[in-house]
Design a protein around this ligand. Sequence first.
Ligand code: ZN
Length: 449
Amino acid sequence: MPEKAKKKQSSRSKRTKTLKVSNQIPPKRRREIEKALDAHEPSRPEWDRLSGSKQHRFFGKRIKPGTIRQIEFPLLDVKLGDSWPTSVTIIHGRRPGPTITITGGVHGDEMVGQVAASLLAQNVFTGAGRPLDPEMMAGTVRLAPVLNPPGFTRQMRYFPDGRDLNREFPGTEMGSTTGRVAHRVLKELITGSDFLLDLHTAARGRDNLPQVRADLAHPPSNRVARAFGIEVILDSKGPKGSMRRAAADLDIGSLTYEGGGANLTDHEAVQIAIHGVLNVLRSLHVIPGNAARPKFRLLASGSTWVRADEGGLVDLFVGRGSFVDAGEIIGRIVDPQRPSESADIISPLRGIFICTANNPIVTPGTPVGHLLPVNRGIKLIRKGLDKNTNRLIISGSTGEPIWREDFEVEEIMIEGEWSGGAVDAEWQRDWPTPSEKEHVEASEEEDAD
Ligand SMILES: [Zn+2]
């Protein structure tokens, strides 16, 4: 090999080593995923739509086909004290099909999933002729919008014992308070589901680009992640003790949706969550219609946290979804006590911010952004950026909300008369050929009085 080519190759391999290629899953992982998909045999038989409908059971209750039931589900098994009851809405389709469980509020201060799952239980979705009309459904949807009621009330991520529910799965019956909740949620709500869609936001102080996280080497999770119809998918098993990891261990196809930040009802993130849920249900043929698909998917196997190296107040020039080049200044840190000085924050790589800080106070080491390095498909990605903000447009964010009620639609009356012929007049015949035209004109003259 010529010296020059060798040099080129070594610099390239060095680069791929230091930068994890995001929208290109490394070959080893890709082989792992392909092997898993090939070898997959569903552990439960595919639902048989011809076998007739059965009652759905949840927490000792029976739900008839073609009906909706709201059930109070206590998260703790107690005689005394608060059992933290939470509402689970079961929409049980007229015809048999898979069971999809949608959860929100595992972290009590994350509102997006709680709003999205609550909206899905409302009449605008479940009413006659609406997307989740049980008469039209083949399968069952379980909606549990608030899985951490004490955290929701106190606007806290954690349970009152200071534990994170999403690190306590599978939990035990005799363990810590949060561990008992995890055990019960897994046993009663998650078990018996074919798919789990767990809706989250970024933790306090940060804002997430709407995205999905799933273990792509787990075939049912891979299927449901793609079906969501979103641009960014992070290939990860999920943290130890997380609900989706515990669900995948039971061979339940599971994903985490992340969009927006804690303590905020982010309209765009809610809308994309609902868009994704309906895409999954369409893709699994639970509800009629075609699932929307994005123009491209970034399947990411790596990311980088960009951190502040100085302390003070940060002015970030980027937000969630911003596309940046390596070396670009993405923010500036100032110290109000030393107002004449400042420090720039430089992006180390070209990529997309899948998360940015929305709390300006930083100390050295505070993450200000979560960057997805991108070095393939740049042209395609650039086409998907908002021209004004240079941020990635996520599918489902631009359409009108489908939960708009009929009375919310403004009707503008245009008054007048249909003059110059009836509305459909010009479609009644083909445009005449030149010779016909003469004939037409002649006959029109004849008609003139
Ligand atoms: Zn969360």
